[in-house]
Design a binder for this molecule. Sequence first.
Ligand code: SAH
Length: 348
Amino acid sequence: MENLKKDIRALSKQELNEFFVSQGDKSFRGSQVYNWLWNKATYNFEDMTNLSKETRQMLEDNFVINHIEVDEMQRSKDGTIKNAVKLHDGFTVESVLIPTLSRTTACVSSQVGCSLDCKFCATAKLKRMRNLNADEIFDQVVAIDKESRLYNGIPLSNIVFMGMGEPLMNYKNVLKSVEKITSPDGLGMSPKRITLSTSGVPKMIKKLADDDVKFHLAVSLHSAIDEIRTQIMPFNAKFPLADLKDSLLYWYEKTGKSVTYEYIVWKGINDTQEDISALVKFCQLIPCKVNIIEYNPIDDGQFQQGSDDAVAKHVNALEANHITVTLRHSRGKDIDAACGQLANKINA
Ligand code: SAH
C-alpha cells in the first residue's frame, strides 16, 4: 500500500499548514515539517526530531517522501564527479559536479531524455520519457552539495541547468525547484549563482521575463544562420532565429539582464567568415557574452571540433566588436560527463 500514500513534498507550505490544522494540530507544525523537507533535505520522518513520536507516526501513516538515490558515482581524473541518479519510479538521469579553483558547479538534469533533437547531443538520442519533479531537481543539488563538501571540503557554489533535457520544456517544475533552492527556508542559495541554459524556446523566454526571474539565462546558439541552425537543431524550423531574437529583446527590455550564448565551432558546418559575421551581428542585439565550448564527440564523426584557427577567428571577431568571449574546455571527458554526453543505457 506504500505507494498509494501521497508524496509529502508535493505539498506547498500552506497545504502542509492546512493539513496539520485538519488534524487538530497547530499550523506552525507545517512550517516545521517544511523546514525539515526543504532546508535540511530530510528523507525520513524519523529524523524530524522536534516533532512528537505520535506526529512522526501520523506523517508516516499518511505520506511518503519520494526521493532520488545516487545509484553510481564516478570520479574523473580532473575531479569532476558524475552521479547516475535513480528516480523513485526506476528512471535514471545524470548530474555532474564540476570543481574549479574559484567555484563548485552542479550541472543538473531537468528531464528524463529530451524532446528536442539537436544532432550533436547525446541526450537527444533518448526520447523524452518524462519531466522531472521539482524535488527530483532539488535532490540532485543536495546530493552534489554533500559530495562537494566530502571530497573538496567546500559547499556547492553554482548551479547550471545544463544536464539532460530542455529546462524550458519543464518550466513549472524547474521554476519550483529554483524556488526551493533559493528561498531562505529552502537551501537559501543566491539565484545569481544559477544559470538556466536553453536551446531557445521563444515563448518560454518571454515567460521567464514576465516572471521576473533572478537567475542567469544562457542560450545554446551554435549558429546565427537559420538554414544551418535548422540542420543541427531541427526544432529551429519551428522557432526560427527571428522569434528567438524577438524573445531576447523582450527579455532584455523587461529584466535589463544580459544573456550568454553558447557556441560550438564545427569543421565544415559553421566555421566560415559568413558564420562569424552572422554571429557578431546576432550578438549586437542585446548585451551578451559568448562562451565558445569545446565539442565532445558523441559517436559517428558527423561533427568535428573546428580548428584552433577557426576558433581564434571567432574570438578575434567578437573581441574586435567589444563582445566578451570565453573559451570553455571540457571537463570529465574520461567519464562521459561532459556536455552532451549525458545519455545512458536507461529507459531504452
Ligand atoms: N537543452 C538545454 C540544456 C542542456 S544542453 C540547452 O540546449 O541549452 C547543455 C549545453 O551542452 C548546451 O549548450 C548544448 O548545446 C551543449 N552540448 C550538447 N551536446 C554537446 C556536445 N556533444 N559537446 C559539447 N556541448 C554540447
